[in-house]
Design a binder for this molecule. Structure first.
Ligand code: TRP
Length: 329
């Protein structure tokens, strides 16, 4: 069998993952694990760049994010789950790479700019400004070929290219130039009508939410405001609930839209159906999660074993880079 290509992707450990993460990346990972040598990074150092004042949240989130990934169907026998801060190569490569990138390049990174504005940073830390360099180390310590990400991560992959090319040109290393693998599914809007589902926006349905919580969140969702009575004709094109039917209830989507426009289905029934479909999706996740919740030591083992494997690979990369940079005596 030909050797599988390697992919690496990950999540910041700043809280539990939600349906937006599922649609935008987790679902894709579950499919990819069969065809690729898959590394999933619990990015706890990157979490520090924005949440360094709340280390307890980051620590708890390492378990939560690992369990979110496992509960949606990533197979711990197949994928390597890695805790970023355990990987010495990531810290070392970050320092070496930092010589090869200018402060201006980092300042102009559009994702850094957007995030800095969202967090209200007018004087950002060196660590935050430089996290794309650390992300380059995440991707290259194991010579990943592909990086499955959403569009917002493209500037970081571009920087990775730049750094890797510079490194290989200057020192004759052969670090892999990775490619971004864009997730096909667009972002999920919030059930409150906001353009995005987000933890900080308070409109998220978590993968770990109970069925009752999901029912309640869907019940409160914003629909077509001009629709007062169930028999009024609705406008699915401006209704958040309809976009959810499109993603999570594909088979009935068209029919529900037609009935809504004709005043044949009211918002209450429409929402009830959506909540049912969401719970159908989430039920198997809840089941797997309950198992891991009851076996937390197993989750710890999975993370530690994955991190040990990653350290073995990363140490080799660092040895090569150090030698190429003449740091070996
Ligand atoms: N920056 C990514 C995010 O905010 C998380 C991440 C950290 C990542 N390291 C990575 C993604 C390496 C892909 C590859 O979601």
């Amino acid at each position: 069998m030909a050797e599988q290509k390697r992919i690496l992707t990950g999540d910041r450990t700043t809280g539990k993952l939600h349906l937006g993460h599922y649609v935008g990346s987790l679902q894709n990972r579950v499919r990819l694990q069969h065809d690729y040598d898959t590394f999933i990074l619990m990015a706890d150092i990157q979490a520090l760049t924005t949440h360094f004042e709340n280390p307890a949240l980051i620590n708890g989130s390492i378990y939560d994010v690992a369990m979110d990934n496992l509960s949606v169907g990533l197979d711990p026998e197949k994928v390597t789950i890695v805790q970023q801060s355990q990987i010495k190569a990531i810290a070392e490569l970050t320092v070496f790479y930092s010589m090869l990138v200018s402060v201006n390049t980092l300042r102009h990174n559009p994702t850094i700019k957007t995030e800095a504005a969202n967090y209200g940073y007018n004087d950002m830390t060196y660590g935050f400004l430089g996290y794309p360099v650390s992300q380059t180390a995440d991707i290259t310590f194991c010579n990943a070929d592909l990086v499955p990400v959403g569009e917002d991560q493209l500037p970081h992959i571009e920087l990775t290219h730049k750094i890797v090319r510079r490194l290989n040109d200057l020192y004759g290393t052969n670090i892999t130039e990775p490619k971004a693998m864009l997730s096909s599914c667009s972002r999920l809007i919030g059930l409150d009508g906001n353009s995005k589902m987000g933890k900080s926006l308070g409109n998220a349905i978590y993968l770990s939410d109970t069925a009752e919580t999901v029912n309640e969140k869907v019940r409160l969702a914003v629909t077509d405001p001009s629709r007062i009575r169930a028999k009024d004709p609705g406008h699915p094109d401006i209704c958040a609930v309809s976009t959810y039917h499109k993603v999570f209830n594909t088979e009935e989507y068209e029919d529900i839209c037609e009935r809504c426009k004709a005043g044949g289905i009211g918002c209450v029934a429409c929402k009830r159906r959506l909540a049912e479909k969401l719970n159908e999706l989430l039920d198997p996740f809840r089941e797997r999660r309950a198992y891991y919740e009851a076996h937390k030591d197993l989750v710890k083992d999975i993370i530690n074993t994955g991190s040990e494997k990653a350290n073995r690979i990363g140490d080799e990369t660092v040895a090569k880079v150090k030698e190429a940079m003449s740091l070996k005596i």
